[in-house]
Write a new protein. Structure first.
Length: 190
């Protein structure tokens, strides 16, 4: 008997929550991973957009819109975020963001621990031990420049609002908000 295969997402419910029996983990080399200390899976559009505008010069729009009746939230979820440079008429790019409990990504946690060890800890070892939730921002090596800029911007915003460190696709060293800001400054075309 073969092992059951993960089911692809089939859509979203009336609250904007992902409807799926399993959310596939994105490969480490295909995303930025933010290791958040809070277990909360809420896509907090107003808070994220405020941080994006204030600190990074972009705005974020979450699709589908999310709501959390009675304070409940899904265990796993996904959305598409449109990243727009402030003052621009059209979105720079859209990126897919997924979230799941850190326990569902032991291999990615090991990769992050290796990256932290290679850089001598630098305080990221403590942050990584506190991680309870993983946020993945899709960004392939072959993505267009605008998509890479958008992915770094979203990773920076998530690191800012969750106080979680970021493991980049190349996985060599982790960084936080300051490192994300420096990467964004080096990449952004505006």
């Amino acid at each position: 008997m073969s092992a059951p295969q993960p089911t692809e997402p089939v859509g979203f419910d009336e609250y904007g929550w992902l409807v799926a029996s399993a959310l596939p983990l994105l490969p480490a080399l295909a995303c930025f991973s933010v290791f958040a200390p809070e277990p909360d899976s809420n896509f907090d559009g107003p808070r994220w957009d405020h941080a994006a505008r204030r600190f990074f010069g972009v705005s974020l729009t979450i699709s589908p819109p999310k709501s959390y009746p009675s304070g409940t939230a899904p265990l796993v979820d996904a959305a598409t975020l449109a990243v727009t440079v402030l003052g621009a008429a059209a979105a720079l790019a859209t990126v897919r963001v997924t979230t799941l409990p850190i326990e569902r990504a032991p291999g990615l946690r090991i990769a992050a621990e290796r990256a932290v060890a290679e850089m001598g800890g630098a305080g990221f070892d403590v942050l990584l031990r506190r991680a309870r939730r993983l946020w993945q921002i899709e960004c392939s090596a072959t993505a267009p420049h605008a998509a890479k800029v958008a992915a770094v911007a979203v990773a920076a915003v998530l690191a800012n609002v969750t106080l979680g460190p970021i493991l980049p696709p190349e996985g060599r060293a982790m960084f936080g908000v300051k490192g994300a800001r420096l990467r964004l400054e080096a990449l952004k075309p505006w």
